[in-house]
Design a binder for this molecule. Structure first.
Ligand SMILES: [Zn+2]
Length: 265
């Protein structure tokens, strides 16, 4: 039996974390939980997720019609997208949608987070695809997401944000955290000049661990082929090496002179 009061309190707690962790700006983002085959709890539209109170959480049916809730608040404008997930995936009971900046940057750059980089991410979220852009709050968005959620619990939304699914609300939220944490590290490694990719044999060992831990949910196996620069701008290395060797020679000459001068004293 689902305790709705406890669920509403969890909505408030996770809403604060999503806002404080910069996963959303202003009133962006939304969360829902499936209570049963008739009822869904949703966050309200037009309210910052960091300032929600339990009386703002609304219960809707599978057509998005309000069943109960404070009449001052209306259901999330993206509730259609969430309902579509529940219809497609009987194993999913919670959906979290946010715009975390690192993950969303990949969605804007058109770069899927599909490389095998961090062990946790390999087994928890796998290769994260990008669903094509769809106009928010319309049927376009669920239409574009549907093919991906058949195989993945975490999806990037092109020029928009990210979606994380879970058997419960906390798991869906944690998957969003893992996504953003991974995107942050991957983007910084690319800036540092190299993305080290775990080879196929290591990926396979990790996937065996995933089976051993009996991790639930759907993931697509990540890509273990070496990083090919994702078309990031390249430094002209020939010129750079030339300049640095000139500087080095000059420095060596000065250091040598200074050492010899000290020895002569
Ligand atoms: Zn959004």
């Amino acid at each position: 039996m689902v305790n709705e009061w406890e669920l509403k309190k969890l909505f408030i707690e996770l809403g604060k974390r999503i806002w404080q962790r910069n996963y959303v700006a202003a009133n962006d983002g939304n969360m829902t939980v499936r209570i049963n085959d008739r009822e869904i709890l949703t966050t309200p539209t037009g309210i910052s997720k960091g300032f929600m109170t339990t009386d703002m959480i609304i219960k809707v049916d599978y057509n998005g019609n309000v069943i109960s809730g404070n009449p001052d608040y209306r259901p999330s404008s993206e509730v259609k997208m969430h309902i579509d997930v529940y219809k497609e995936r009987p194993d999913i009971n919670a959906v979290v949608h946010a715009h975390p900046p690192f993950a969303t940057s990949f969605a804007v750059a058109g770069i899927p987070l599909d490389k095998c980089v961090l062990p946790e991410a390999v087994i928890v979220i796998g290769a994260v695809p990008i669903a094509k852009y769809g106009l928010p709050s319309t049927d376009e968005l669920p239409d574009k997401i549907r093919p991906h959620i058949k195989k993945n619990d975490v999806v990037l939304l092109e020029n928009h944000g990210a979606l994380a699914l879970g058997p419960d609300l906390l798991t869906a939220y944690y998957r969003m955290e893992t996504l953003e944490h991974t995107a942050n590290i991957v983007s910084k490694a690319i800036q540092l000049g190299n993305l080290g990719v775990l080879p196929e044999a290591e990926r396979d060992r990790l996937m065996t661990l995933r089976d051993k831990f009996n991790l639930q949910g759907k993931i697509t196996t990540c890509d273990s082929t070496p990083y090919d620069n994702y078309n990031t701008p390249k430094i002209n290395t020939a010129e750079f090496n030339n300049n640095s060797s000139k500087i080095s020679d000059e420095q060596i000459r000065r250091i040598t002179e200074s050492v010899l001068a000290t020895l002569r004293k």
